[in-house]
Design a protein around this ligand. Structure first.
Ligand code: ADP
Ligand code: MG
Length: 245
């Protein structure tokens, strides 16, 4: 499937269904089409399929509830990480389905994703927000408490070059953590810059996209890559007043 086709198809079917948010599953398909590194991910609808997927992906795996109506999956206990056996995958499937149904009885539940488990090294966020005056704006920061409590982030207007993406990374106060302060190993900054640049190109090419939230991206050591372990793409609300049906 060509890059154009797969991304356009996903955006169109969401729009046809009147949705402005893509699931993590769809968002990761778009990342893959853009060659942005993300987890191997399969969407399953039964415990048997979940076990098959886990075997293909290889243990350990992660299981997550998948619904366009559930944006914050761990808030409803919809994420299970580090599943190492068939028994654990079975239980995780039942548990995340049960908690979603209990807390969001009306949600449209697509199933559960089984994903590759990525070891956590350094955690960052990469995204696109809408600035009231400038429009789409790329955002980069360290993940977890760094972004939530310290607002240690950098911004750029897309599109940007790799060099500019590297500057965005160097600009944050927490940069020494990524660069390997106090004898720590440096993170794979080259791959992070590549992801930032590609996210900028993606939002420039598809103007239906309003926001992107790769939260978190796990960065491994220099030369070992980085992976978007969660992804959420939001679309512009294109509904106009003229009802078409
Ligand atoms: P939420 O919708 O709540 O943001 P996430 O998909 O971000 O859910 O998952 C919650 C947390 O679980 C992440 O912040 C990360 O620490 C961990 N996690 C999620 N996916 C993976 C994965 N594939 N490998 C390893 N850890 C993961
Ligand atoms: Mg997340």
């Amino acid at each position: 499937m060509s890059k154009e086709k797969s991304i356009q198809d996903i955006l169109e079917s969401a729009t046809e269904e009147g949705r402005t948010n893509l699931t993590e599953f769809e968002s990761k398909q778009i990342l893959r089409a853009c060659e942005i590194p993300t987890t191997k991910t399969e969407l399953v609808n039964s415990k048997l399929e979940a076990i098959r997927a886990a075997r293909t992906i290889k243990y350990p795996v992660v299981a997550k509830i998948t619904s366009p109506d559930i944006l914050h999956k761990s808030d409803i206990d919809g994420v299970r990480v580090g599943l190492a056996s068939e028994i654990e995958v079975r239980h995780a499937f039942d548990d995340v389905m049960a908690s979603a149904k209990a807390q969001f009885p009306d949600a449209d539940i697509w199933g559960v994703t089984i994903q590759e488990f990525i070891p956590q090294e350094k955690e960052v966020i990469i995204g696109v927000t809408q600035d009231p005056s400038f429009g789409p704006t790329i955002i980069f920061g360290l993940g977890g408490i760094w972004v939530e409590t310290l607002e240690d982030v950098s911004f750029r207007l897309p599109p940007i070059s790799i060099e500019e993406a590297e500057k965005m990374i160097e600009e944050i106060n927490g940069y020494p953590i990524l660069a390997g302060a106090r004898g720590g190993k440096p993170a794979d900054i080259e791959t992070l810059a590549d992801i930032i640049q590609k996210i900028g190109d993606l939002v420039m090419e598809y103007e239906q996209i309003s926001e992107i939230d790769l939260n978190p991206v796990f960065a491994q050591k220099e030369g070992e890559g980085a992976t978007a372990v969660d992804a959420r793409i939001m679309l512009k609300d294109t509904k106009d007043d003229s009802e078409e049906d």
